[in-house]
Design a protein around this ligand. Sequence first.
Ligand code: CNA
Length: 391
Amino acid sequence: MGNESSTPVDDAVPPTTLHGRTIEAVARYIEEKDVHNIVVMTGAGISTSAGIPDFRSPETGLYANLARLNLPYAEAVFDISYFRTNPLPFYALAHELFPGKYRPTVTHAFISLLHKKGKLLQLFTQNIDCLEREAGVPGEKIVEAHGSFATQRCIECHTEYPDDKMKEMVMNKEVPHCVRKSCDGLVKPDIVFFGEALPEAFHQKRGLPARADLAIVMGTSLTVQPFASLPSFVREETPRVLINLERVGSFGSRPDDVLLLGDCDEGVRKFADALGWRDELEELWDSTNPNKDTKKKQQEPPKTRQEALDDEVEKLTRDIDASLKLSSQANERIRSELEKPSSTVTSDSQSPPNSVTRDEVTSDKVTTQAATDLVHVFPHLKEDRSDKPSL
Ligand code: CNA
C-alpha cells in the first residue's frame, strides 16, 4: 500500500464507475447512487485562505522567519526535547494559532455541509487549527491525525488541563503547568510533536477509506506519512476527487480519479454548483462570520490572501522575537543537548510498541540526514522519500 503508480491514466481510458472524469459526473454519481459514505482528507491548503500561513511555503516564509530567530533550528518549535527546555517559542506560536482567532473557510463549510446532509463518513485532517470543528463538523467525525489544540495535558503525568484555563494562559502569553502542584510539569496541547505517536483514533479509523463510496482530498501535498497513504486505501473502482493547487500523490492514475486543480475554495463552490447546494453552502459559510453584522468591517476593502499572510508572518515573527529570552549560554546548552544521539532526545518512550510516530529531530545542523528526517513535515527539504514509513 502507498506504492501506487502515479502515472496519469490515458484520457482514452473510460472511467469505470462515473459517467465522466468531471465534477458534474461526480455530482451525478452522488445523486444517482445516493452516496452516503464520503471520506474527506485535508491539509494546510484548506486553511490558507483563512489567513493561517502554510508553514513551509517559501512565499510566506514563516519557517524562514523562525529560523532567523534564536531557535537552534526553525522546526525546534515542534520538537518535544526543545519544548521541555524552552516552551516559549511554541507558546508564542500557539498564541497566534489558537482556535477562535480565525474564521473557517468555505472549504471547511463544505465539509460541514456534507455532514449535515448525512454524507460524511469520516474526515481525516492533518491540520491542528480546529477550523473543521468551528465550521460545525462534530468531533467524532474528525480524525485529527497530527492532533490539535482541542485538548491538552501535562507532558509528565498526562493529567488533562482544563480548556478554559488553557485559553486564558495562551491569551495571556503564559506557559501553563500541571494542575497537580506536586507534579508541576509543562502542559502541551495534544499536537503530535516529532517523535510522538499518532493519535489512537488514526489507527482505529484508518480502515474507513476502504469502505468509502467517494473520497475527496483537498489542500494537501500528500507528503507526510502515514497520512499520505490513506487515499491509496480507497477501493480501485471508487471515485476519488482531488481539489488542490497541484497534482499530488497517485491522483490521476485511476480511471475514476477527478482532478480539480486550483484553489480549493473555488473548487468546492464548483462542486456545490454541480450538486445544486451552492446557496446552502454560502449560507452555512456566512453563519461562521463573526463580523457579519459589523457594517464598518464590511466597508473595509478585503485584504488579499498575500496581504493577510504577510501580516500574519510579520505578527508571528514579532511575537516570537519578543518571547525568546534565551541567553546565548542557555542556547548552547540546548544545542548540545539536542545534538546527543537520537535515543536521548526522542520522547516516544511512552508510545505503544509498533505505533506509528512522526519522525523526531535529531540535530540542529542541517545535515542531509536531518533534512530527510524532517521531510514528513517540511517537504521542501525533500531529497529521498524512499525510506519513509508507510502503512
Ligand atoms: P503542505 O505540505 O504545506 O501542502 C499544502 C498543499 O496545499 C500543497 O499541495 C499546496 O499546493 C496546496 N494548497 C495551498 N493552498 C491551497 C489553496 N488555497 N487551494 C488548494 N490547494 C492549496 O501541507 P500538508 O497539510 O500536506 O502537510 C501536513 C502538515 C501541515 C501537518 O504536519 C500540519 O500540522 C501542518 N500545518 C498545519 C496547518 C494548520 O493547521 N492550518 C498550517 C500549516 C501547516
